[in-house]
Design a protein around this ligand. Sequence first.
Ligand SMILES: Cc1cc2nc3c(=O)[nH]c(=O)nc-3n(C[C@H](O)[C@H](O)[C@H](O)COP(=O)(O)OP(=O)(O)OC[C@H]3O[C@@H](n4cnc5c(N)ncnc54)[C@H](O)[C@@H]3O)c2cc1C
Length: 355
Amino acid sequence: MPTVAIIGAGPSGTSAAYQLAQASLEVLLIDTKTFPRNKACAGVLPPRVLLDLEVEGLPLPKDLVQRELEGYALVAPSGRMALSDFACPGAVVKRSELDNWLLQRAGVGLVQDTIDGILEDEDGVTLTGRKDQYFADMVIIATGAASRLGRHIHQERPLMALTHQFELKMDTSEIKKRVGNRFWAFYIVNGGHAWISPLRDSLKVGIGSVAPGFDARKELMHLIKSGPIADLLNPELDPELDLEHDLEHDLIQEEAGLIPMSGPPQKLSTSRCLLAGDAGGFVFPGTGEGLFYALRSGKVAAQCIKDHGTQAHLQYQSMLTSAGLLSLRDVDHLKRTMATPEASERYVSSLAGIK
Ligand SMILES: Cc1cc2nc3c(=O)[nH]c(=O)nc-3n(C[C@H](O)[C@H](O)[C@H](O)COP(=O)(O)OP(=O)(O)OC[C@H]3O[C@@H](n4cnc5c(N)ncnc54)[C@H](O)[C@@H]3O)c2cc1C
């Protein structure tokens, strides 16, 4: 049985670790950070993530659910709104809590180190960390959107959305009144969108775009002051007030991050390394949804190694295709949905239940 090193203990890495440990393979899980750690995220888990976790044997613990989600509200540039309801509830979670639980679920000890180098030869793979060197037969690279380790496999430059997000305090009763149990996506930004995600007693309000020179924080401040987001957050808000000052009072935390928007690259493996999660571009560009794809691609990478050992690279693309993960390579999706206000208007209007 091959020994497997997994670089990155986010959802894709720990999903792979869980599957491999269940099959009694020797797993080395390495992350730069000690856990629990935060990751910029709106924390939205659609029902299919919850169903997958249940099918895999351990449902998401109830106390991790900040809020049950009943669906999405999509807002077009004109203000028209499309509601889409889930068949069963989704959830909003805090990433520090979700990722720590996924790590516990994997049941694999975490080695805290930053991997800077990967060297492959016929005997295996040597990973050079800042603290130590590691050797494995196979490696899963699950280092997220900001990592450069993917360059070990391909030289494509993925299109990235720059994002910024505020977590703002709000009473549960006010959240119920203004936002409800929905994730709101506002298609009012060229090359991206803005969003509101309701937690137990706070909101994540964020924005992201691939537009060149996009100043995510500045655009977010602007949207919080006027327009449909401002109307939801605080209908009585005076547009003249000093928002920086006012925000300080309600601000719990500020986060920034990258979202891969161009889908998986053509090359996703070398003879001994497989890419998974954000590092492999497994994100749906229409919503920036990545958690489902991170968990799934980590699972497929693990399954591929379980089934094919050191020959896994020969089967990885076809197993990803069977799992539906390579359809994320729809490069025109962004153009059709977010490149211009007209495209966004058409996109939201095309969805069922326009209100
Ligand atoms: C603002 C924002 C909001 C989002 N909201 C949502 C949402 O609501 N729902 C959703 O489904 N998706 C959302 N996403 C996307 C989602 O966060 C990602 O798709 C998901 O985190 C990908 O998981 P991952 O395991 O691939 O990577 P990550 O979660 O990024 O984990 C990668 C891990 O690798 C480690 N690492 C990196 N480099 C090294 C190295 N050299 N050596 C060792 N360790 C390393 C990191 O420390 C990290 O722990 C959002 C993204 C952003 C930026």
